[in-house]
Design a protein around this ligand. Structure first.
Ligand code: IPM
Ligand code: MG
Length: 361
């Protein structure tokens, strides 16, 4: 089959990790007889440098015209990069939020599981890790604090800033449905995370999730406050199957979840709308401090490409082949520096990509 893939290398380590993911996709094409037609799209700082804005209408059109979008990372060093001299709505991150909104990518899936081989890289104690964990965070991605009205002004000589956290019941319902559907395909346990002891938006969240739950009697639902969830993730991560939460809480909890998998360099993600089109990106940032040094871990991006094969292109066998290849390379003891442990072989970004490509059968 032939598919159109928009590639967004982005900034920092983005280009080098996307290069490795493309290497993997090219190998999948060879082995399974597909053709991927790639179109490179500028976003974030890379777009600012060329067009003066982090996202153009053309970039949105290119993304919409493709079957899926694979992205590296965007953003630079806020202290030194000229991108951060621009007003906030013109900075790299605004490009990422803009494309999420333009494509209506309201459902962000971030799976976090511990490879047995990476137990040594997991910062949790062995008795806490137990038999490992396998959870997925379903994060609302186009609402909440990220997209509410904001302003900074001086009131009676005092600088004052306001951000608005708004959710309506329709936004909550559609992400809740996605989370229940996800749970149905897994261990059927859903934990909805909110701050209902303080926030109105969380109280509405909880009641809409309860309503949706009536259509999913086979899924067991519990509610957890976000501060407790942050604690439970490092106290007993195995208790979780699917975590459903709003945009900001999901941003924070997914970084925490990634760290207990051994490294933030391991966490893939899929951002989906109501159609098959999705944007796939690692959950980590652009790590400008190590950009261009062949040090970045490409696995999160490669696993994001696997999610792309599965969710947007319906190529389950091919997605399994990529995930198996990652596992085999870890089993053979190859590690990038972020997941390095005693007795393993430390390899760079490109070699990690080569080794994973070589294991695809
Ligand atoms: C993420 C990132 C983004 C977010 C940033 C880069 C705007 O942290 O995808 O988790 O906050 O959503
Ligand atoms: Mg984040």
């Amino acid at each position: 089959m032939q598919y159109k893939i928009a590639l967004i290398p982005g900034d920092g380590i983005g280009p080098e990790i996307v290069r490795e993911a493309k290497k993997i996709l090219d190998t999948v094409c060879e082995k399974y007889g597909h053709t991927f037609l790639y179109k490179e799209v500028l976003l974030g700082g890379a777009s600012i440098d060329v067009h003066g804005v982090p996202l153009t209408a053309e970039a949105v059109e290119e993304a919409k015209a493709s079957d899926a979008v694979l992205m590296g990372s965007i953003g630079g060093d806020a202290k030194t990069s000229p991108w951060y001299q621009l007003e906030p709505s013109k900075r790299p991150e605004a490009g990422l939020l803009g494309i999420r909104k333009a494509l209506n990518l309201f459902a962000n899936l971030r799976p976090a599981y511990l490879y047995n081989e990476l137990r040594g890289a997991c910062p949790l104690r062995d008795d806490i890790i137990g038999d490992g964990f396998d959870l997925i965070i379903v994060r609302e991605l186009t609402g909440g604090l990220y997209f509410g009205a904001r302003k900074t002004e001086e009131i009676d000589g005092v600088r004052t800033a306001v951000d608005t956290l708004t959710y309506n019941e329709n936004e909550i319902r559609r992400i809740a449905v996605r989370a229940f559907e996800t749970a149905r395909k897994r261990r059927k346990q859903l934990t909805s995370v909110d701050k209902a002891n303080v926030l109105d938006s969380s109280r509405l969240w909880r009641s809409v999730v309860e309503e949706v739950a009536k259509d999913y009697p086979d899924v067991s639902l519990s509610h957890m406050l976000v501060d407790n969830c942050a604690m439970q993730l490092v106290r007993d991560p195995a208790q979780f199957d699917v975590i459903l939460t709003e945009n900001m809480f999901g941003d924070i909890l997914s970084d925490e979840a990634s760290m207990i998998t051994g490294s933030i360099g391991m966490l893939s993600s899929a951002s989906l709308n109501e159609t098959r089109l999705g944007l796939y990106e690692p959950s980590h940032g652009s790590a400008p401090d190590i950009a261009g040094q062949d040090k970045a871990n490409p696995i999160a991006t490669i696993l994001s490409a696997a999610m792309m094969l599965r969710y947007s292109l319906d190529l389950d066998r091919e997605a399994d082949a990529v995930e198996d290849a990652v596992r085999k390379v870890l089993q053979k003891g190859y590690r990038t520096v972020d997941i390095m442990s005693d007795g393993c072989v430390c390899v760079g970004t490109a070699e990690m990509g080569d080794r994973i490509a070589a294991e695809i059968i």
